[in-house]
Design a protein around this ligand. Structure first.
Ligand SMILES: [Zn+2]
Ligand SMILES: [Zn+2]
Length: 135
């Protein structure tokens, strides 16, 4: 069994997958998120201060949701986050369009290690293995 400390409250819990947060904190966060989402739907022009005050959650958490592309705002909204690379204002995700374009060129090098599925796939397609199976 995999027991870990919750990143939010520090409590020990049985960790299975996903964020390292205990079920209680995860539930509380989900509740807040639903509140935030509803508030944004009802008040598309709200700003960060208003939103965080209204649902009693700090701006850091709200930005996190925006980064995870769970929360989205209207094009004329004043709420933005910063591109992790160049600091430009963006409305969702981690990088601005320009940095995304720049990165797609060097994608293989930069994210090659983030593809754990690549190895087993390669093995399946191995011609020697296939041949042996059919012999
Ligand atoms: Zn917790
Ligand atoms: Zn950028």
């Amino acid at each position: 069994m995999n027991v870990r400390n919750c990143k939010k409250c520090g409590k020990l819990f049985n960790y299975a997958f996903g964020p390292q947060v205990c079920p209680e904190c995860l539930g509380a966060e989900e509740e807040l998120f639903q509140k935030a989402k509803k508030y944004v739907q009802d008040h598309p022009g709200c700003d960060m201060q208003e939103l965080s005050g209204e649902i009693e959650v700090d701006a850091t958490q709200i930005r996190q949701w925006i980064r995870e592309e769970r929360l989205q705002f209207a094009d004329n909204s004043s709420i933005t986050i910063q591109c992790e690379k160049c600091g430009a204002s963006i409305r969702s995700g981690r990088f601005c369009e320009k940095c995304k374009n720049d990165m797609s060129h060097g994608l293989k090098d930069a994210f090659g290690m983030n593809k754990p599925l690549q190895k087993p796939e390669k093995k399946k397609r191995d011609p020697v293995e296939n041949k042996m199976r059919f012999l």
